[in-house]
Design a protein around this ligand. Structure first.
Ligand SMILES: Cc1cc2nc3c(=O)[nH]c(=O)nc-3n(C[C@H](O)[C@H](O)[C@H](O)COP(=O)(O)O)c2cc1C
Length: 334
C-alpha cells in the first residue's frame, strides 16, 4: 500500500509510475486521507490562507517560545523529509489524488478517514479496484460497510500514525461482528507471528502493518530517527494532537511533552495545528536536532531491535505464525 496523504498529485503520479515499473504486475494499492462525509471540510473547499491567518497569536507565541527554549536553529537549505514536506490535503487535492491513483493499475483504494463518495466507489468498482476503509471504532466501521467497502481495516489505539482510542484486542472482534461478512484486516501492534496469530484468532482475515517497516533496510526513514526507533521501548510513544490537530501516535519528544504541559494552549483543529507546527518540524529535521526529531510510530517500536530486510521480516513473521498455531493446537489437545 502506498500512503498518498503527503504527496502532491504530480508527485503521486511519479511515485506510482515508479511502482508500476518495479512490481512486475503484482497487486498494490493506494491509501488517501478522504474526509468523512460528515466532516465540514468535505462540503466546502478549505480556504487555507484564511485558516493560516486565523491561527491565534497565543499559539504562535507558544511555538516561538518553544523554538527559543530548546533551541531550534532557523531554517537552512537542508533536505526536508517527506514526513514534514506535506501539503495540507484539501478536497480539491484529494479528488486529484484519487483521479491519479485510478489512472494507474492499482487493485485496492483505501480511505484512511471516512467513506468515499458514491461516485468514487462506482468508478473504482467499474475498474475492478477493491475499496477499503480504515476505522478506529465500530461506528466508523459500520459507515464504511454501509457505503460499500470490500474490506474494513480495524486499527487499534496502539498503532502508529492517526489513531483512535480502542485497543486492537478489543476493537477487532467487535468490528468483525459488526461488518460480517465483509473481511476485516486488523492493524495496530502487529509486528510478529504471535501478534498475527492473535488477530487471526480474533476473526481478522489478515493484518495491516505500518511501524515495523520504518526500520527495515529498504526504509527511507532518516538514519538518525531509525537509531532512535531501535533504541525506544514501548512506553516512549505518545498519542498527541500537537502534530496535526488529530490524535497521532508518535515517538515522544520534548516538543510533544511541551504541548501536554499545564501552560500549553489547547491544540488547534486540523489542519491549523499542522500549519502551525510544520515549520518547526522542518527546522528540527533540516538542522538535525536529534533529541527533537520525532516520527509517527506505534507501541510495537519496543519490539524493533535490529535492522532487517523486508523479506527477512516477512519470513520471521510467517515462521512464528506457524509455530504459534501449532503450539496453541498442541496445548489445546493435551
Ligand atoms: C509513519 C507512519 C505513517 C502512516 N501514514 C498513514 C497514512 O498515510 N494513511 C493511513 O491510512 N495510515 C497511515 N499510517 C497507519 C498505518 O496505515 C497502520 O494502520 C499502522 O501503522 C498500524 O499499526 P502499527 O504502526 O502498530 O503497525 C501510518 C503509520 C505510520 C507509522
Amino acid at each position: 500500500m502506498f500512503g498518498a496523504a503527503k504527496f502532491s498529485p504530480e508527485q503521486l503520479d511519479i511515485e506510482l509510475a515508479w511502482i508500476d515499473a518495479h512490481v512486475n504486475g503484482q497487486p498494490y494499492g493506494v491509501d488517501v486521507l478522504a474526509p468523512a462525509a460528515t466532516d465540514a471540510a468535505a462540503d466546502a473547499e478549505l480556504d487555507l490562507e484564511a485558516l493560516e491567518r486565523a491561527i491565534p497569536t497565543r499559539h504562535r507565541a507558544f511555538v516561538d517560545a518553544l523554538a527559543q527554549r530548546h533551541p531550534i536553529p532557523p531554517p537552512t537549505s537542508g533536505a526536508i523529509p517527506q514526513e514534514f514536506s506535506g501539503i495540507v490535503v484539501s478536497r480539491a487535492v484529494l479528488i486529484q489524488q484519487i483521479d491519479i491513483a485510478l489512472g494507474h493499475p492499482i487493485r485496492f483504494l483505501v480511505s484512511a478517514l471516512g467513506p468515499f463518495a458514491p461516485s468514487v466507489m462506482h468508478r473504482a468498482k467499474r475498474q475492478g479496484v477493491r475499496i477499503g476503509g480504515m476505522c478506529g471504532s465500530v461506528k466508523h466501521a459500520r459507515l464504511h460497510a454501509a457505503a460499500g467497502a470490500d474490506v474494513v481495516i480495524a486499527q487499534g489505539a496502539e498503532a502508529g500514525g492517526h489513531t483512535g482510542e480502542i485497543s486492537t484486542l478489543v476493537l477487532t472482534p467487535q468490528v468483525v461482528d459488526a461488518v460480517a461478512p465483509i473481511p476485516v484486516l486488523a492493524a495496530g501492534g502487529i509486528a510478529s507471528g504471535r501478534q498475527l496469530a492473535a488477530v487471526l484468532a480474533l476473526g481478522a482475515q489478515g493484518a495491516w502493518t505500518g511501524s515495523l517497516w520504518l526500520t527495515v533496510h529498504e526504509s527511507d526513514t532518516d538514519p538518525r530517527v531509525i537509531d532512535k526507533l531501535l533504541a525506544a521501548d514501548s512506553s516512549q510513544t505518545t498519542r498527541t494532537k500537537s502534530i496535526t490537530g488529530k490524535p497521532v501516535r508518535a515517538l515522544r519528544t520534548p516538543i510533544e511533552a511541551a504541548w501536554e504541559a499545564p501552560d500549553a494552549p489547547e491544540t488547534l483543529p486540523a489542519p491549523q495545528q499542522g500549519m502551525l507546527m510544520r515549520p518547526i518540524h522542518r527546522r528540527i529535521y533540516q538542522n538535525g536536532v536529534t533529541p527533537l526529531m520525532g516520527h509517527a510510530v506505534g507501541q510495537v517500536v519496543g519490539q524493533l531491535k535490529q535492522r532487517q530486510s523486508c523479506k527477512a521480516v516477512l519470513d520471521d513473521i510467517m515462521r512464528e505464525l506457524v509455530d504459534t498455531v501449532e503450539r496453541v493446537q498442541s496445548d489445546l489437545s493435551s
